[in-house]
Design a protein around this ligand. Structure first.
Ligand code: IMP
Length: 185
């Protein structure tokens, strides 16, 4: 019998909870059900997780998609100051197979300025998939600089730097079971 993750020692964490593990689980199940409904008549569905931030979201979401899907991963690096997305993006690790003719669902952790995912979607579209959709756990509309259509969105959040459930601060805390914002405490 699976148990829920144990709470961390919250007094020592420099985070305040923004979205609980329970709220995330409920929303991820809803998104998976919606994707299942939307793709039930489609073949060749490929879900592409954007490394590393989407990994935990993808692992949970994929188990709520009740269809045969392929999983792929793509690695992206964004140049410039880590907190200010420059829009200059490079693919550091590509998918393992061509996506031509396939129904692609790109899974992201967060759409902040939108530069990263805009670049990625434009790049993937040139490979002639049958369709392409975007799922993102989080969206920070206050910071959005590029027009990005999110087909499956988990939560809209305020303009705070968030961590946990895949998102990092200096590569740490991706394994926090909830989404927190950095308080600096
Ligand atoms: P964008 O190009 O500005 O949309 O940035 C997207 C990427 O920046 C995300 O995939 C994250 O890796 C990172 N990012 C943006 N905001 C946050 C945050 O609040 N916490 C952690 N990572 C973030």
């Amino acid at each position: 019998m699976a148990s829920s993750p144990k709470p961390w020692n919250r007094e020592k964490e420099p985070f305040a909870e923004l979205i609980s593990a329970e709220a995330i689980a409920t929303r991820v199940a809803e998104l998976g059900a919606k994707i299942t409904e939307d793709y039930k008549d489609k073949e060749d569905v490929v879900v592409i997780g954007v490394l590393k931030g989407s990994v935990i979201f993808l692992a949970d979401l994929a188990r709520h998609i009740a269809l045969p899907i392929e999983l792929e991963f793509i690695g992206i690096s964004s140049y410039g100051d880590a907190t200010v997305s420059s829009g200059i993006v490079q693919i550091t690790q590509d998918v393992s197979k061509p996506i031509e003719g396939k129904h692609v669902i790109v899974v992201e952790d967060i759409v902040d300025t939108g530069h990263t995912v805009s670049y990625l979607l434009e790049n993937l579209k040139t490979r002639r998939p049958a369709s392409i959709a975007l799922a993102s756990l989080l969206h920070k509309p206050d910071r959005q600089a590029r027009d990005v259509k999110i087909d499956y969105l988990g939560f809209t959040i305020p303009n705070k730097f968030v961590v946990g459930y895949g998102l990092d601060v200096a590569q740490q805390y991706r394994n926090l079971p909830y989404i927190g914002y950095v308080t600096g405490a």
